[in-house]
Design a protein around this ligand. Structure first.
Ligand SMILES: Cc1cc2nc3c(=O)[nH]c(=O)nc-3n(C[C@H](O)[C@H](O)[C@H](O)COP(=O)(O)OP(=O)(O)OC[C@H]3O[C@@H](n4cnc5c(N)ncnc54)[C@H](O)[C@@H]3O)c2cc1C
Length: 378
């Protein structure tokens, strides 16, 4: 078979692969993306679509998240993607949660990004879903945005093609990558650079390097309601106390230990199953609710209904919906390093593996891709 050629070959058309393709395409490089499925069905279509700078402490990672947000906004406008830039509300229903939010604002000068504490009255005016009962206050952060991940990952390949000449070859497995050479189910290719963004697949390409990388797989259970009545809007994305123990932004708050200890006492099942609760709304009006976290090399294929019930119970304690009926349940899997925010491997010259973005791939991918393309001349 004839050898085909490209300048930059990207393996995987999840958000990380598409972000690398966009960054290189914007720099005028000839890019070809190979995706083994007819449309990407990995972590990138199974998430909340939440771009969450608030989750990061101030500094380079927060800046990277803000830059990703800017790029998402540009893409959403240019490609006509559903998006909502209404921020996030963190609801405090216990004194220890409020204390952590106050400490966070004090330590980070959150007001610089428009983050502030709202009274229960202000919070429930902003969010039709937030329950007023027991609400003490809420942190409002305007920097968060939501896109519809299924729509975005399906639509972006065409946009990248039309605007930047990026060719996305779906239904094409890359079964071998060597420096400058790819063997695919659609023939052999040559490339100046190969960027592997294979998500939680550690076995097809460079399995030995993945095995040594320290990356783990994380399984997350998710739920989605039916569409809410026409015109009913969630407003800002929602979360509550459990999320404060999950995101690195709150790690420096002195009150966190006390909050964690109470949650371990009062909600041991939630804590043991890594449950923290986020809710976002899709373009079709459904509410996406999740998630749990189970770590390991081999992902349990069976979902736990006890975990789903625990997530819905916790959600119902702080939020209410006109139509809470569940329409879909699924799980997603991402790759994560226990200490690092991402993992870059260079198994040989001209080949880079970009992975391990964990629960922040939607938040980081575009900013990271721009940084890498600039630094490495992609
Ligand atoms: C339930 C859940 C909720 C989340 N919520 C959020 C959120 O709200 N905000 C946020 O920022 N992040 C969130 N994340 C994290 C985010 O979804 C991931 O970090 C991100 O999607 C990872 O993108 P990826 O491109 O690396 O992986 P994937 O999306 O899994 O894509 C990898 C792609 O590579 C393809 N592939 C693999 N090997 C080959 C090969 N050899 N040849 C060809 N193709 C190949 C696969 O088919 C796949 O399409 C969430 C994740 C999950 C699972």
């Amino acid at each position: 078979m004839n050898r085909q050629s490209t300048e930059i070959a990207v393996v995987g058309a999840g958000v990380v692969g598409l972000a690398m393709a966009l960054a290189a395409g914007r720099r005028g490089r000839r890019v070809t993306v190979f995706e083994r499925e007819a449309t990407a069905i990995g972590a990138s279509v199974r998430n909340f679509g939440l771009v969450l700078p608030l989750s990061q402490p101030p500094g380079p990672l927060h800046d990277r998240a803000l830059r990703s947000r800017e790029i998402w906004l540009e893409l959403a406008q240019a490609a006509g993607l559903h998006h909502s830039a209404e921020g996030l509300l963190v609801l405090a229903r216990h004194a220890d949660e409020l204390r952590v939010l106050e400490e966070y604002l004090e330590q980070t000068d959150g007001s610089q990004h428009g983050r502030r504490l709202l009274t229960p009255f202000e919070a429930t005016r902003l969010s039709a879903a937030a329950r007023p009962e027991g609400l003490l206050a809420a942190l409002y952060s305007p920097t968060e945005m939501v896109i519809d991940p299924r729509e975005a990952i399906r639509s972006l390949p065409r946009h990248l093609h039309d605007r930047h000449g990026v060719e996305v070859r779906h239904s094409t497995l890359v079964r071998e990558a060597n420096a400058g050479r790819l063997e695919t189910t659609a023939g052999s290719w040559t490339a100046e650079e190969v960027i592997i963004c294979s998500g939680a697949d550690f076995q097809t390409l460079y399995p030995e390097q993945f095995a040594r990388s320290g990356l783990q797989r994380v399984k997350l259970q998710m739920l989605r309601t039916v569409s809410q009545p026409a015109g009913w809007k969630l407003g800002p994305a929602l979360c509550a106390g459990l999320s404060l123990t999950h995101y690195p932004a709150f790690r420096g708050c002195p009150g966190l230990a006390e909050l964690r200890a109470r949650l371990e006492r009062e909600l041991p099942f939630h804590v043991a199953n890594g449950i923290h609760l986020l809710a976002t709304q899709t373009g079709a009006g459904q509410i996406t609710i999740g998630d749990s976290h189970h770590y390991g090399h081999t992902v349990d294929p069976f979902d736990s209904e006890a975990v789903n019930t625990a997530m819905l119970d916790y959600f119902a304690a702080f939020a209410r919906l006109p139509r809470p009926e569940i329409q879909e349940r699924w799980h997603g899997v991402y790759a994560k390093h226990p200490e690092q925010v991402d993992v870059l491997l260079e198994p040989e010259p001209g080949v880079t593996v970009v992975g391990g973005l964990g629960g922040a791939g939607m938040t980081f991918a575009f900013g990271l891709a721009e940084e890498l393309a600039r630094a490495r001349g992609w």
